[in-house]
Write a protein that binds this ligand. Structure first.
Ligand code: AN7
Length: 341
């Protein structure tokens, strides 16, 4: 039985009375990955959520709230995961979904997902930041359309539940939390979640991709470029909240290169954990922080935000999709050659 996050955490979320729109989100595995000297490394697998990303935590609350307020449709701008999540929860709620994406900038798996759930996909010539501005304008004009990007405060409230689960799983706050940062909503939500519970706050490390790292550069970017399409964002809407979270927790923002991201993705996958490139950025950042001796000792949690199956084209840069052709009657000999090459 899976009750969904709104019922499970109603005591902490403190939401107004509403009928939950849920797909059984949350309660994701936190895997003990390794122990590096005095650091116990935990990976929270947010790709195990119903639509394959952490966005579902916020979407259950935002869509429940939108339906309760009488909205007929939801709208979002997206690099892909918000689109898939909004589409799924709108479908569950019986609402229409409009998702606005930067043309040719979203991984195919996420497009298919959003379309399969029944959303209308609208593509603009421009980047995510322009798409977000456009949907904000629409939602302001049309009261029957609810905006479900993370600028919607209900989204961030729902995403606080990630922090609750870490506290409930470990029994205490970790010493550090490492997560990928794009529009900067999730890092802010975790910070508020830890603050609300008042059981300690981890040092927050926000990892961006080089080429799309406005929080590291400390200024907004018009041009953004990275292999991690989910976090190809130059003007993070929640930048002010994220800066406060990092400052108050004595953490920092860092960026990692595309090659570091791809190597991290491969290392995780060879250990059985297949994540999308944006999530691999968090692991790449974690390794850099360890090597530079910036991690506090104790429990360190990395949030792996999205499932690897969302974007199968990017890992084809390092994983071969060509099978080894063998003759069935010589299978034993062929296997032998792979065991002892
Ligand atoms: C896998 O779907 O912005 O810093 O439109 O898909 O809270 O934005 C996705 C962001 C990290 C960054 N990892 O989170 C979108 C979108 C994955 C993501 C992020 C995203 P925020």
């Amino acid at each position: 039985m899976h009750m969904g996050l709104i019922n499970r955490y109603h005591q902490w979320l403190g939401l107004p009375e509403l009928e939950p729109v849920t797909l059984g989100e949350g309660n994701t595995p936190m895997v003990h990955w390794a122990t590096w000297e005095s650091h116990r490394i935990w990976l929270k697998l947010e790709g195990c959520n119903p639509t394959g990303s952490f966005k579902d935590r916020g979407m259950t609350v935002a869509v429940s709230q939108a339906r309760c307020q009488g909205a007929e449709a939801v709208i979002c701008a997206s690099t892909g995961n918000t689109a898939a999540s909004a589409a799924a929860y709108a479908g569950r709620a019986g609402l229409k979904a409009f998702v606005v994406i930067p043309n040719n900038q979203v991984a195919l798996g996420k497009m298919i997902q959003a379309s399969a759930y029944g959303a209308t996909i609208l593509a603009i010539e421009g980047n995510f930041d322009q798409a977000l501005q456009a949907v904000r304008d629409v939602a302001e004009q049309e009261s029957w359309i609810a905006l479900v990007n993370s600028v919607n405060p209900w989204r961030l409230r729902g995403q606080e539940t990630g922090a609750y689960e870490i506290l409930d799983g470990l029994g205490h706050a970790p010493s550090a939390l490492v997560l990928p940062v794009g529009n900067a909503g999730n890092i802010s939500a975790y910070f508020h979640g830890f603050r609300r519970r008042n059981e300690g706050i981890p040092q927050l490390f926000g990892i961006q991709a080089q080429g799309a790292d406005p929080l590291v550069q400390e200024h907004e970017l018009d041009e953004v470029k990275t292999v991690a399409s989910a976090i190809r964002i130059g003007r993070p809407a929640s930048a002010h909240l994220a800066k406060e979270a990092v400052k108050e927790s004595r953490g920092q923002f860092r960026s990692v290169s595309d090659s570091q991201i791809l190597r991290a993705q491969e290392e995780l996958a060879h250990g059985g954990i297949f994540v999308e490139p944006a999530s691999a950025a968090a692991y790449a950042g974690l390794k850099v922080l360890y090597q530079k001796r910036l991690l506090p000792q104790g429990d360190v949690v990395a949030i792996l935000t999205g499932n690897g199956l969302k974007d199968t084209q990017t890992p084809a840069m390092w994983a071969s999709v060509e099978p080894q052709i063998v003759k069935s009657q010589y299978l034993t000999e062929s296997i032998g050659q792979f065991m002892n090459p």
